[in-house]
Design a protein around this ligand. Structure first.
Ligand SMILES: NC(=O)C1=CN([C@@H]2O[C@H](COP(=O)(O)OP(=O)(O)OC[C@H]3O[C@@H](n4cnc5c(N)ncnc54)[C@H](OP(=O)(O)O)[C@@H]3O)[C@@H](O)[C@H]2O)C=CC1
Ligand SMILES: CC(C)(CO)C(=O)C(=O)O
Length: 313
């Protein structure tokens, strides 16, 4: 069996390390770049996971690009949204119609985008709840959870079997992986959370605790949730009021005081970010569908301006 993991950052490093450990006798390939690739070839990839322990893994091979790889059974793509189109261009030779491609990323539309860029393979939709990041030396996963959901809209019977097999492949490696009945709704439940949680923590460069303790910021958080919900409803996604209540309940009572987001970590460190994924997409879809999204629009404008000033755009 051939499995390729492309993008060995926080998410891909977690999933890839567990897969490489479990499937030592299969052909697991990591696509990595530069010094991290060289280090992994020499010393292996070190995962330190609160949830799944420490793993030092040596995949069958580490390559700098997927170009030149033979056809794979599974390709798992865990890059940031802004890299997705570029990496998909390198995949055409290693994907054929039997290949299962799983982008494990944030955002409402990575699956649709991969389907559009590749035009072949069985491309699944997915989402992940995890807190993970890379350092030059290792992959760190924090907290007692890391959960993936996969699926596809209107799958055929054959596709359903393949999706179940993909979930089993990951679960056997220790990646909690579940097949979602309605993956589109599951993605949006998480995406609506991201539209408030990631955007607010990044905008204020603050963890959740101080945001929910501030009345004005907490109200603004709720408005972000409701704007994204309104866009979801206009798109006919099956998200319900009880899902929204749960997102808001989590904000006040469940998220840790020091909980941060990937967008906050990226913007806080002055890196290129997924601002367009969490804000730009909602603003664009709001305009297209005639749904007002004034709070998101204002915060997006200001954060974009910060990125322009920092030379990131
Ligand atoms: N981190 C988290 O806690 C969570 C992240 N997510 C989502 O998961 C997705 C991935 O995030 P995350 O893992 O944090 O991102 P990272 O930035 O940590 O990792 C992305 C990786 O992709 C690699 N990459 C990009 N382009 C290429 C390329 N052409 N060839 C090879 N490697 C490439 C980068 O390589 P290099 O190291 O060389 O830059 C990097 O290691 C995002 O959509 C994010 O929003 C979802 C939930 C939580
Ligand atoms: C909300 C959270 C932490 C959940 O995994 C996330 O998706 C992110 O940080 O991007």
């Amino acid at each position: 069996m051939r499995i390729t993991v492309l993008g060995l950052g926080g998410v891909g490093g977690y999933v890839g390390a567990l897969l490489a450990d479990q499937y030592k006798n299969e052909e697991v390939t990591f696509v990595m770049r530069g010094e991290r690739a060289a280090r992994t070839r020499e010393q292996g990839l070190l995962l330190k996971s609160d949830y799944r322990g420490t793993h030092l893994v040596h995949p069958a091979q580490v390559v700098e690009s997927a170009e030149g790889l033979p056809v794979q059974d599974y390709v798992i793509v865990c890059v940031k949204n802004y890299s997705l189109e570029e990496v998909c261009r390198t995949l055409s030779g290693c994907v054929d119609d039997h290949t299962i491609v799983i982008p494990i990323m944030n955002g409402a539309d990575p699956g649709d985008r991969v389907r559009q860029y590749l035009g072949k393979g069985l491309v699944l939709d997915s989402l992940i709840y995890i807190v993970a990041f890379r350092t030059p030396e290792e992959i760190v996963q924090q907290g007692n959870f890391a959960k993936v959901f996969i699926g596809k809209k209107n799958p055929s019977e054959v596709e359903q079997e393949k999706i179940a097999k993909a979930a089993e492949l990951m679960a056997a490696a220790g990646v909690d992986c579940f097949v979602a009945d309605d993956i589109e709704a599951a993605i949006w439940r998480k995406y609506i959370l991201n539209c408030a949680y990631n955007v607010s923590t990044a905008y204020y460069n603050s963890p959740i605790g101080p945001i929910r303790a501030d009345k004005a910021r907490a109200e603004e958080y709720e408005k972000l949730v409701y704007e994204a919900y309104a866009v979801a409803l206009a798109k006919k996604i099956h998200v319900e009021q009880k899902d929204i209540d749960h997102i808001i309940w989590r904000f006040y009572y469940d998220h840790a005081e020091n909980a941060s987001s990937s967008l906050q970590r990226d913007m806080g460190a002055g890196r290129v970010s997924e601002l367009d994924t969490f804000c730009g997409y909602i603003v664009q879809e709001g305009h297209r569908l005639g749904v007002p999204v004034p709070v998101m629009e204002r915060m997006y404008g200001e954060m974009k301006e910060r990125e322009v000033k920092a030379g990131l755009r």
